[in-house]
Design a protein around this ligand. Structure first.
Ligand code: SF4
Ligand code: SF4
Length: 118
């Protein structure tokens, strides 16, 4: 899922020039795992995340059956700093969630995002 936005650029997969995997039409997209939540701290949690109690989330969630996701805004993750057509940078790159860190530029999900978003 969500883009790793690797800083290392290749001519084909320049994440900062792309950012497409940080866009999604669903409100709950990038899930935070407990280690992500611990690393974020209260300030970033309040600014960049949202809590969901939607259906399937309750099955995997914590004590209250909820899960925490990156907050979506204008169709993309709130942490994405967008200069349209110029750059798409993750503003929390060093603390980005696990799902973003394991996202592989050039992998199947990347190619799908690049083919379908915008
Ligand atoms: S879709 Fe692929 S190239 Fe674009 S930002 Fe995500 S990982 Fe990088
Ligand atoms: S945390 Fe960063 S890499 Fe992950 S979806 Fe948000 S902007 Fe993209």
């Amino acid at each position: 899922m969500v883009g790793g936005l690797e800083t290392e650029k290749s001519s084909e997969f320049d994440c900062v020039a792309c950012g497409r995997c940080c866009y999604h039409d669903q409100p709950n997209y990038a899930l935070l795992y407990p280690e992500d939540i611990a690393a974020f701290g209260p300030e970033n949690l309040a600014k960049f995340t949202t809590r969901s109690t939607l259906s399937g989330a309750a099955l995997r969630g914590g004590e209250d059956g909820s899960e925490i996701y990156m907050r979506m805004e204008h169709g993309h993750c709130r942490a994405l700093e967008v200069i349209p057509g110029v750059s798409y940078k993750c503003s929390i790159y060093s603390n980005r969630p696990l799902v973003c860190r394991i996202f592989e530029p050039g992998g199947p999900e990347c190619l799908e995002a690049r083919a379908t978003v915008r």
